[in-house]
Design a protein around this ligand. Structure first.
Ligand SMILES: NC(=O)C1=CN([C@@H]2O[C@H](COP(=O)(O)OP(=O)(O)OC[C@H]3O[C@@H](n4cnc5c(N)ncnc54)[C@H](OP(=O)(O)O)[C@@H]3O)[C@@H](O)[C@H]2O)C=CC1
Ligand SMILES: O=C(CO)COP(=O)(O)O
Length: 329
């Protein structure tokens, strides 16, 4: 049986990790990067020294700066930062085959137009079948072949199943879903909550506070997800609770590490360490969406207020602790 052909857009840490997954059982996996110098470096070193040092590209992975590399691909994995997804999807439009699966692997919400990634793809790539891959999965873990499970959602269950088959390996295990929005909400929101968890760690608030923050973050995520039509089992699954627990509990997460630096007193503009922190881009639009849906998200709001310098970390902690006592929900 021939396997579906796969091309990957975006050659950062996650793009490389997923290209290596796709390379298993395939002889050629194009890996597109927007920067020709980056492509030359990938070809020369056979690794991404900036974003994923020490973890080599699989032999079948072919770096290229030519977007036409997606021509003929049955599955395209879109692994660029969320705020770049629209431009990349638009540029991909003339090259993408009719009916190809366009799998969103970014975790975030478009700030300017307040759109989920699946909405961006629907607007820019009418010929594509959108899908979403998300869940607890650090790129380095996946590249090292450590066991990982994710959710892979498409509108048609048969497509979700086909995508799971195309991407599963001995150690990378996708579970299928048809709840695209639920998967997207979990992936986008957990990055914002990971910043909050990192701040608590940076302020040394203790393990009890850390657990409370994760549980109350999950309550916020669930409230918003339900209001927007996500399914409970999705929110409680790998892409919701699973990724929230991973990202809020590990300094391996860039969002958590960013929050930790904020908690230790760094200014927001200096706290990323030069790394992509999707939660910082998503916090405000997430809060706006919650307000529009009439959903309370005090932890997400605190993160947004701190990032916009409307509130200090200590004032945000005090404000959260002084909220009126209420029933747990
Ligand atoms: N890393 C991980 O473990 C995981 C990441 N993700 C998600 O995957 C997405 C990508 O993250 P990740 O790969 O880790 O990030 P990285 O920062 O490692 O890589 C991002 C890549 O995208 C490139 N890029 C930046 N702007 C554009 C643009 N306008 N057009 C095309 N390419 C661009 C960057 O190039 P340059 O270096 O030139 O800026 C870089 O190669 C994020 O949404 C993240 O949340 C999801 C699961 C796991
Ligand atoms: O999404 C991730 C793990 O599932 C990666 O998290 P960070 O972007 O915070 O590093």
């Amino acid at each position: 049986m021939t396997r579906d052909s796969i091309a990957v857009l975006g050659a950062g840490a996650w793009g490389v990790a997923l290209a290596n997954v796709a390379a298993q059982g395939r002889t050629r996996v194009p890996l597109w990067a927007h920067d020709a110098a980056h492509v030359a470096a990938l070809e020369q070193h056979r690794e991404n020294r900036r974003h994923l040092p020490g973890l080599p590209l699989a032999c079948a992975v072919t770096p290229t700066a030519d977007l036409a590399c997606i021509r003929g691909a049955e599955i395209v994995l879109a692994v660029v930062p969320a705020q770049a997804m629209r431009d990349v999807a638009r540029a991909a439009r003339p090259h993408l085959a009719d009916g190809a699966a366009f799998v969103i692997c970014a975790k975030g919400i478009e700030r300017d137009r307040r759109r989920f990634m699946s909405e961006v793809v629907a607007e820019e790539l009418p010929q594509a079948k959108p899908a979403v891959l998300s869940g607890p999965s650090f790129a380095a873990d996946v590249c090292k072949g450590l066991p990982t499970a994710v959710t892979l959602a498409a509108q048609e269950e048969s497509l979700a199943q086909r995508l799971c088959e195309a991407l599963s390996t001995k150690t990378f295990r996708p579970y299928r879903s048809t709840d695209l929005l639920g998967v997207e909400i979990g992936g986008a929101a957990k990055n914002v909550f990971a910043i909050a968890a990192g701040m608590a760690s940076g302020r040394e608030l203790g393990a009890s506070a850390q657990a409370a923050l994760i549980a109350r973050s999950f309550a916020e995520l669930t409230r918003l997800g339900r209001a927007l039509g996500a399914r409970s089992e999705t929110l409680m699954g790998l892409s919701g609770l699973g990724d929230l627990v991973l990202t809020c509990g590990s300094a391996q997460s860039r969002n958590f590490a960013f929050g930790q630096r904020l908690g230790r007193g760094a200014a927001a503009k200096d706290a990323s360490g030069g790394k992509l922190t999707e939660g910082a881009f998503t916090a405000h639009v997430l809060v706006e969406m919650a307000k529009a849906a009439g959903v309370e998200m005090p932890i997400a709001e605190a993160v947004d207020d701190i990032l916009a310098a409307r509130l200090s970390v200590d004032a945000a902690i005090d404000a959260l602790l002084m909220r009126p006592l209420k029933a747990e929900s």
